[in-house]
Design a protein around this ligand. Structure first.
Ligand code: B3K
Ligand code: ZN
Length: 881
């Protein structure tokens, strides 16, 4: 048990728990400021545990109100209790019953961990270490128990009483205005999956018949008035349940599956057994208030939480270092689900964009850590893009390496062998090694070694020999605490594209281990020779983004434009275009910094125009081709001495130049993509909107005279949030005539819908204008803003800090001061939210000197404070390391 948080928790120190807690019976008598929790635990000493070890339970800000062992009160010198810890010096070995009573104040719980109230609804969040804020417990994921929960509350205050598992009893508490409900969860689970909800909520119900013929009651609970906004979430849930049966053979295992949407929630959602609790952003959707991205996000998060029922709940993590065992794997599963529901190439491109924009900078900066970290000060700071997104890429590579059949066999073995256990990455990998007969020892390094491997490929064609030779090398840059890196096992998917644009299979491949089209890189350097090539092909490297690496090669922009027009691999077709765009932006940013005029390379506008108008491609894909990398993406590629103003100017220049070069094409396409039927949230219709709105962005930022009217007309005519928000964003960001009126109209329309107002905050916070910081500061006093609500904080302050590179990184340092001041204030109320917001500073070392100095000064000032939360202190300290 840890009381000194200055000492990190280390993977190598793992020891199994000293006690087994077979059952937990909770009786929670709810009251806004004085909730009483009675916990009855059946405990026995673990077989291998030392006979005299005391019973030590975790707590966090707890108040002990009663304690008995086997019904007898303990004497004062039999135990010690602090808010953080309960120790009973002598306990029997055999099963004994411990009764603990604690008192909680849900209203005062602004950390949103443990039991708190959101808009009057009692709810819980226990992952990672929130259960210890409810009662004293061995609050660790390898302590599995069967839970029975009795809830009691005033009937008028909380007509709905929910907990994990199946309902077993309910009724009035005679002679009072209170009522109760009892829930029982037969599946042993770790405490982080405990949940309860009580409140006055509306219910939307449906049902699902499992593959083995059982009827499952499905319910979504929301605030009254939001019932009509649950259809998409319910539909997504049913599709997820069916898909998991078909794709992974996983069937649901309780009589009910409940989802509750709350408005104050630190992250997206939580997979508590049988009772998922969601940030309302990932449940509520109406065409008027939710964008296509919101619909896709709901579908993915509903699926993700549902899939955790097997990967996370039935099979859980032995310790928090194994977090990627459930998160990386479950992200992989939800990505596959969305690929099957939508377009696979579009989903892959979106996922890689996200990986590159969120995970690559993490891996390249001071917060870099392995997919399975080896130590932490605060586990909540490790719910990162590395654990989630890179973790999913590792599972995807595993599938590429062993092939789809052996991958499925490995998954089946994992489910069969480890069901009901808390296990490890080693155990997971062993299933695939066994199912495929492959040695995965080197592959396991992906879990151990931080940093993004850099691949470099030199290709040369020998006409006389008919061969194409690739000289490939890999190098992983140093990361904090890890200077020497080993070579990784990297699957490199490769194709050769012939002069006529079609794939050109070689007669032979020599020099290294390979599958059909996958090269197995295992060493620092490789040479591979493709032979039997009568004509010179262009190599298409890293198809489908077969590994989370950076790739440089000796291919020229002309080769990439050729691939952009011809590659049979849709991912690489998109990627090829992006590479030329990125090269152009990097060169342009350097020109701008030198005070020179940038240059549009030959063929780029035509290539983009051709991709945008190619009717054989789906509109969503064409939209992605047109979408320019963000300013933070450009900064990431430049990597050092970053000048955010030059990057902003370069990107604005390229957008304007392309717009002007292509304006007739863009205008024509914009008209072609007009809605062709009533609104539908499905992928095809969303793809048309995505294309139309990226066209609108180009037009609005170009010099076509009618563009302003076009944008205003779309804003006024839009019958859905996607189109309305896209138009509003162009109006505000391009500073077009009528932008203030449009903001006012949006506010008038959506002022009482907080999730829609988040978009209004976000549009203003991301405007790349001199006055934005003042505006953001003023908006913190807007009645719709609340620093206590994580969604509002993300929409206004988070969007400014991470989505507005030029203004957050203002040359006068005012952006840093504003965000850091806000973070310090937020830290007193919600440390998790504060720590997350502060990670916006993580790339400070890559900035040019002046900004670097200003950001560092603000970080150091924060680091010198003695009153920071563990969460925030951990981020600040690591940012400075
Ligand atoms: N498992 C939760 C995240 C919990 C975060 C705790 N700080 C949601 C998810 O990944 O599904
Ligand atoms: Zn998850």
């Amino acid at each position: 048990m840890r009381t000194d948080t200055s000492v990190p928790v280390r993977l190598e120190d793992y020891r199994p728990p000293a006690f087994i807690i077979d059952t937990v019976e909770l009786d929670i008598r709810l009251s806004p400021q004085a909730t009483r929790v009675s916990a009855r635990l059946t405990i026995r000493r673990a077989p291998d545990a030392p006979a005299d070890a005391p019973l030590v339970l975790d707590g966090d800000e707890l108040e002990l109100a009663g304690l008995t062992l086997d019904g007898r009160a303990l004497a004062a010198d039999d135990f010690s209790a602090t808010p953080q810890r309960l120790e009973i010096f002598k306990v029997p070995d055999g099963p004994f019953v411990l009764d603990i009573e604690t008192r909680l104040d849900p209203d005062a719980n602004t950390k949103l961990m443990g039991l708190y109230r959101s808009n009057g609804t009692y709810c819980t969040q226990c992952e990672a270490e929130g259960f210890r804020r409810i009662t004293y417990f061995q609050d660790r994921p390898d302590c599995l128990s069967v839970y029975t929960t009795r809830l009691e509350a005033r009937a008028s205050e909380a007509p709905v009483l929910l907990a994990n598992g199946n309902p077993v009893a309910s009724g009035p508490v005679e002679g009072t205005d209170r009522h109760f409900a009892v829930w029982h969860d037969p599946h042993p689970k770790p405490s982080y999956l405990f949940a309860m909800v009580a409140g006055d909520l509306a219910r939307v119900s449906d049902s699902f018949t499992t593959a083995d013929g059982r009827e499952v009651a499905l319910n979504i609970f929301v605030e009254h008035g939001n019932e009509a906004a649950c259809d998409w979430a319910m539909d997504s849930l049913k599709r997820s349940m069916r898909w998991d049966e078909e794709a992974f053979g996983r069937v649901y295992d309780l009589d009910v599956f409940n989802i509750v949407a709350v408005s104050d929630f630190n992250m997206g959602a939580m997979e508590n057994k049988g009772l998922n609790i969601f940030n309302d952003k990932y449940v509520l959707a109406r065409p008027d208030t939710a964008t296509d991205q919101d619909y896709a996000g709901i579908e993915a998060v509903i699926a993700h939480e549902y899939f955790h029922n097997w990967t996370g709940n039935r099979i859980t993590c032995r310790d928090w270092f194994q977090l990627c065992l459930k998160e990386g794997l479950t992200v992989f599963r939800d990505q596959e689900f969305s690929s099957d529901m939508r377009s696979r190439p579009v989903k892959r491109i979106s996922d890689v964009r996200l990986l590159k924009s969120h995970q690559f900078p993490e891996d390249a900066g001071p917060l870099a850590h392995p997919v399975r970290p080896r130590q932490y000060h605060e586990i909540n700071n490790f719910y990162t893009a590395t654990v989630y997104e890179k973790g999913a890429e590792v599972v995807r590579m595993l599938k590429t390496l062993v092939g789809p059949e052996d991958f499925r066999a490995g998954m089946d073995l994992f489910f069969e062998r480890h069901d009901g256990e808390a296990t490890t990455i080693e155990a997971f990998l062993a299933c695939f090694a066994e199912a495929s007969g492959r040695d995965l020892a080197q592959f396991a390094l992906w879990y151990e070694q931080a940093g993004t491997p850099a691949l470099s490929v030199e290709s040369r064609y020998d006409q006389a020999a008919g061969t194409l030779t690739l000289d490939i090398s890999q190098r992983t840059p140093a990361t904090p605490g890890e200077t020497r890196k080993q070579a990784m096992h990297i699957p490199l998917r490769v194709g050769l594209v012939g002069p006529d644009g079609s794939d050109m299979p070689p007669a032979d491949v020599s020099g290294m281990e390979h599958g059909d089209d996958v090269l197995h890189l295992r060493d620092g350097r490789h040479q591979v020779v493709f032979s039997g090539l009568a004509e010179q092909p262009v190599p298409s490297l890293l198809r489908g983004f077969s590994a989370p690496v950076t790739l440089s090669s000796n291919l020229a922009d002309a080769d990439y434009l050729f691939l952009a027009a011809n590659d049979s691999d849709p991912f690489n077709r998109w990627d090829a275009l992006q590479r030329v765009v990125m090269n152009t932006l990097i060169a342009a940013s350097a020109s701008v910094a030198r005070g020179q005029m940038p240059r549009l390379p030959n063929g780029l506008a035509d290539a983009l125009g051709a991709s945008a108008s190619d009717a054989s491609l789906e509109p969503a894909f064409r939209a992605l081709c047109l979408q320019l990398p963000g300013e933070a993406d450009i900064a990431r590629e430049i990597g050092h001495d970053v000048d955010p103003d030059a990057i902003h100017a370069a990107r604005a220049w390229l957008r304007r130049s392309l717009s002007d070069a292509l304006s007739p094409v863009l205008l024509g396409l914009y008209r072609d993509m007009a809605p062709d039927g009533p609104f539908s949230p499905e992928a095809d219709a969303a793809g048309r909107r995505a294309l139309r709105n990226v066209l609108l962005e180009y037009l609005g930022h170009g010099s076509v005279p009618e563009a302003g009217d076009l944008v205003t007309a779309q804003f006024q005519a839009a019958d859905n949030m996607t189109d309305r928000l896209a138009a509003l964003t162009v109006l505000v960001h391009a500073g077009l005539h009528g932008s203030e009126e449009a903001l006012a109209a949006f506010e008038a329309r959506h002022g009482s819908t907080p999730l829609a107002m988040d978009k209004w905050f976000m549009v203003q916070a991301t405007a790349p204008h001199e006055g934005t910081l003042d505006r953001v500061r003023a908006l913190t006093a807007h009645p719709g803003f609340s620093a206590g609500n994580p969604n509002r904080v993300r929409a206004l302050i988070g969007a400014f800090a991470t989505g507005n590179q030029s203004q957050f990184n203002r040359i006068d340092g005012a952006g840093y001061i504003f965000v850091a001041d806000f973070v310090e204030e937020l830290d007193t109320r919600n440390p998790q939210a504060a720590a997350r917001l502060m990670s916006a500073f993580r790339s400070w070392r890559a900035l040019e000197g002046r900004r670097r100095g200003l950001a560092e000064a603000r970080l150091r000032a924060m680091a010198s404070r003695k009153d920071l939360s563990v969460d925030l202190a951990d981020i600040v300290t690591r940012c400075l390391q």
